[in-house]
Design a protein around this ligand. Structure first.
Ligand SMILES: [Zn+2]
Ligand SMILES: [Zn+2]
Length: 173
């Protein structure tokens, strides 16, 4: 067994663009993991980025498309579905970035990964549905109503006294 120190893997989303002169542009393709995991879904496998980097007078701008696979968790029935999604990325890099910009490093490299990550997170739905008419889970017994009708409980809104209760409820405005 060798005990060589593990060298940090260079990020596939870091590009050396110091040679670009204002007006020049160059196209890149990159693939790599992002490790985005939210309650509502997660990115699986590597994401792929196609990007054009154009030099400005005081930095560069990256314009690209990120394509990725995401497992989405239905917020009604909790079923998981895998979807292919894609989002646009646009990011300016400058030596002295303003609040929307990111840093153009003095060694001539830019790191697009944070911008890619932001767009991918924004590109995941806040409340995914397995299908628009998902019936969800029974709130009383947890049965998946898409596959099993649940007939064991009285529906509150069908109760003969529900209308009367609504009239008397002071919170109901
Ligand atoms: Zn569902
Ligand atoms: Zn039930």
């Amino acid at each position: 067994m060798s005990s060589t120190a593990v060298k940090p893997e260079p990020s596939p989303f870091v590009f050396a663009v110091g040679e670009l002169r204002p007006g020049d542009h160059r196209d890149y393709v990159a693939e790599g993991p992002l490790g985005v995991t939210l309650d509502t879904g997660r990115v699986v496998n590597d994401v792929s980025l196609t990007v054009r980097i154009s030099a400005l007078s005081d930095g560069v701008v990256a314009n690209g498309t990120v394509t990725f696979g995401a497992v989405l968790v239905c917020h009604r029935c909790l079923a998981e579905n895998t979807e292919e999604r894609s989002v646009e990325v646009m990011q300016v890099f400058q030596a002295e970035p303003d609040e929307d910009g990111r840093r153009f490093e003095s060694d001539g490299t830019i790191d697009i990964e944070p911008a890619v990550r932001d767009e991918v997170v924004l590109g995941l739905p806040l409340a995914p549905l397995c299908r628009s008419d998902c019936l969800g889970l029974c709130t009383v017994c947890g049965t998946d109503l898409n596959t099993n009708p649940c007939s064991g409980h009285t529906d509150e809104s069908d109760h003969p006294l529900a209308a009367l209760r609504q009239l008397l409820d002071p919170q109901d405005t």
